[in-house]
Design a protein around this ligand. Structure first.
Ligand SMILES: Cc1ncc(COP(=O)(O)O)c(C=O)c1O
Length: 450
């Protein structure tokens, strides 16, 4: 039997980061492996014009076995941003690394909402700690429903954070050799998880020249009939870019042309600097999947509660079935507190938007005074990507700023991008001011040394 075989290995070099995030097509069972490189993905397709590789069935199986056994211990790429945060958070005298507006304590939540704490906990503590509602506490799902215009509670699935939601989407949908298109830079889950499931992941790079908005002409060239999912992150972490309703409609048209789903990670939805309405993809498109959580919008990351919202029944059923294998249900205590917070969405979002606007103005003021720093002004979310013009890797810069000045930032390489760093600028205005001053000091001192 003759078959055409394409084996593709995504090779990533952690030392050089994004520039070297490459895709190599290989036709041998022994892939080249340079120092520090690892292979994150393999897939085989049956018809590739550029390379007809004749072999028999046994040969083919041998090749596949060779690839898989070679890479068994490297099933998923390291999660760079989370690894960095875990290692460097300890240096954060000035925390410009985290991406939440100052998180709320339970006491603060009750103060802000004006709810009766005693009564709430008296009722909660009487409840038996069984599995609760397997498909989610009705009051929680009702609260989530109110964040959308057209989504019903049955189409909402509670998860362990948005991290759990993103994972569940890929786990339920993606099969080897499916095409998945993801914007980059973004939260690494959106491309590394589908890669680990054997998808043919294509990157849609967001650039400062395009104000970090997707280039739709390029997106059209990337979709094909095997496209299962287009992944966006709106508003975007790390850049703070916001895709408008109009542009979202255009992306939906492209997805419809190949019958693809759109996964929109919307954990920062509504945290806008300007008074702008941000539609959810789940309201605009039957196959639009909205992922969101209590972490950023509500400043309640410690609840570890998120959700998937989508009107496509077939997809929801798949998620419910897969979810039984890795979580069964969410925590009943978390869901009750989240339901209370959701009832007071208006008050909490107002608190957080006020903080974001104040901090965005401080950041903008600082950037304007810097000779060596530039950025595309963020529109939404809690982060911005700042570029610098001196010769230092983002890793060295952020490492030194942490250790020498106590400023905790996130280097661009965690987002496959160089000569820039992410600022989580909304935690605390006073700390932001002090942290930015420390960055100015560092740049001035480095100039003197030169
Ligand atoms: C874009 C994005 N998606 C998902 C997550 C994970 O959020 P959660 O805390 O809800 O799991 C984060 C966390 O920083 C994020 O920035």
């Amino acid at each position: 039997m003759k078959v055409a075989v394409q084996m593709t290995a995504y090779v990533q070099n952690p030392t050089f980061g994004s520039e070297l995030l490459t895709q190599r097509t290989l036709n041998s069972p022994s892939p080249p492996r340079g120092e520090g490189e690892f292979i994150t993905n393999i897939f085989i397709s049956e018809s590739v014009d550029s390379m007809k590789y004749p072999c028999n069935k046994t040969g083919l199986l041998y090749c596949v076995y060779g690839f898989i056994s070679h890479n068994l211990s490297m099933k998923i790429a390291p999660f760079k941003v989370e690894d960095w945060m875990n290692e460097y958070e300890k240096y954060s005298k000035y925390d410009l690394g985290n991406t939440t507006v100052q998180t709320l304590s339970v006491d603060e939540l009750f103060e802000l909402t004006g709810e009766n704490k005693q009564q709430f906990f008296n009722n909660l503590f009487k409840q038996k700690l069984g599995y609760g509602h397997i498909k989610g506490l009705p009051a929680f799902k009702e609260g989530v429903k109110n964040l959308y215009n057209t989504v019903e509670p049955d189409n909402i699935i509670p998860t362990i954070g948005a991290a759990g939601a993103n994972h569940l989407v890929f786990y339920s949908l993606v099969e080897p050799a499916d095409r998945v298109i993801s914007v980059i830079p973004t939260y690494q889950q959106l491309y590394s998880i589908p890669e680990s499931f054997g998808a043919d992941v294509q990157y849609l790079r967001l650039t400062p020249e395009n104000r970090f908005l997707p280039d739709l002409k390029e997106l059209k060239t990337l979709v094909n009939k095997k496209t299962k999912l287009i992944c966006i992150n709106n508003p975007n972490n790390p850049t703070g870019a916001l895709i408008s309703g109009k542009m979202l409609e255009e992306i939906i048209e492209i997805a419809k042309s190949v019958n693809a789903y759109i996964l929109s990670d919307e954990v920062y939805r509504g945290l806008n600097i300007a008074e702008e309405y941000t539609p959810s993809v789940a309201d605009l498109y039957e196959k639009g999947i909205s992922v969101c959580s209590m972490s950023k919008i509500f400043s309640l990351a410690g609840l570890r509660l998120g959700w998937i919202a989508c009107k496509d029944r077939e997809f929801i059923e798949k998620c419910i079935s897969h979810r039984e294998y890795n979580m069964i249900s969410c925590s009943l205590l978390d869901e009750n507190i989240a339901a209370l917070a959701l009832k007071h969405y208006d008050k909490i979002i107002e608190r957080n938007k006020t903080a974001i606007k104040q901090c965005a103005a401080l950041l903008d003021n600082w950037v304007k005074q810097q000779k060596h720093i530039s950025y595309v002004k963020p529109y939404a979310g809690t982060t911005a990507l700042l570029y610098y013009d001196f010769d230092m890797t983002s890793k060295e810069l952020c490492d030194r700023l942490a250790k020498e000045k106590g400023v905790f930032l996130t280097p661009g390489f965690c987002f496959e991008t160089e000569h820039c760093f992410r600022v989580g600028y909304c935690k605390n205005p006073e700390m932001l001011k002090q942290g930015l001053e420390k960055i100015s000091d560092f740049i001035q001192e480095s100039e003197k040394v030169k």
